[in-house]
Design a protein around this ligand. Structure first.
Ligand SMILES: Nc1ncnc2c1ncn2[C@@H]1O[C@H](COP(=O)(O)OP(=O)(O)OP(=O)(O)O)[C@@H](O)[C@H]1O
Ligand SMILES: O=P(O)(O)OC[C@H]1O[C@H](OP(=O)(O)OP(=O)(O)O)[C@H](O)[C@@H]1O
Length: 205
């Protein structure tokens, strides 16, 4: 049986494919998969899922390995082996608000997709906040008056800038990470280790 790798769809999938190619693997099945959610290369089976679901497939042993953002691991804290960072998917977690906005004296309202990280961050700062969960386009919340600020991923800063927001504080750095199912790492060691070592040995794309 070929090892099964769960890949985060979208941005990380594209960056992983470039990386995988740079390691000398044929990426044709990945680039020509169309709407398929499962493809095979000569050496591996790949499944494509949203970041949080990648951790679910790895935790349950459906996938042996997973490629997922560090932000997802911090938010969901799945029971998997977090092996090491990969040289793509770099981003930061930040608190942001509208340019020129003064934070209210009373309890702040923060909108985020990352409610766990948000809660943990403000708690560590000794502050209690109201948190509103959103699924995306989080930058809209302060503009439309849903929240005083947001906690979200920043990479280039373009999304914040183009929506009139500024970073108040950056507090975590992330990149894509390789994760593994805990028991499969032992049971399927011979099948998985050569690939893991190959990923580990290469530093950049
Ligand atoms: N702007 C960004 N720059 C770099 N990495 C990012 C950025 N946004 C997200 N990421 C990383 O890529 C991972 C996947 O993000 P992506 O935006 O592709 O999916 P998503 O946030 O679930 O959005 P969607 O709901 O559109 O699929 C995130 O978990 C994070 O690790
Ligand atoms: O600093 P930047 O380079 O502009 O990147 C940051 C943006 O990228 C992500 O959004 P994504 O594209 O995943 O869309 P989303 O709002 O639907 O999550 C993130 O949530 C920010 O909105």
């Amino acid at each position: 049986m070929k090892p099964v790798i769960a890949l985060t769809k979208g941005r990380l999938e594209k960056q992983f494919t470039e990386y995988f190619k740079s390691l000398g693997f044929d990426t044709t099945p990945l680039t020509e998969k169309g709407r398929k959610l499962r493809v095979e290369t000569d050496d591996f089976q790949f499944i494509f899922a949203k970041g949080p679901d990648v951790t679910v497939y790895v935790e349950h042993g459906i996938a042996d390995l997973g490629i997922v953002g560090g932000d997802i691991l911090a938010e969901y804290q799945p029971d998997v082996y977090d092996l090491f960072p990969l040289p793509f998917g770099a981003c930061r977690m930040a608190v942001a608000t509208e340019k020129g906005k003064v934070w209210p004296d009373q309890k702040k309202t923060i909108a985020s997709k990352y409610t766990g990280i948000t809660k943990q961050f403000f708690k560590a700062n000794g502050e209690s906040v109201d948190i509103i969960k959103l699924e995306g386009s989080v930058e809209l919340a302060p503009i439309l008056g849903l929240a005083d600020g947001i906690v979200d991923i920043v990479e280039t800063g373009t999304t914040l800038k183009e929506n009139g927001l500024v970073v108040d504080e950056e507090f975590m750095n992330f990149s894509a990470r390789l994760i593994a199912n805990r028991s499969h790492l032992k049971i399927k060691k011979d099948a998985l280790m050569p690939f893991i070592e190959k990923l580990k040995s290469k530093k950049g794309v």
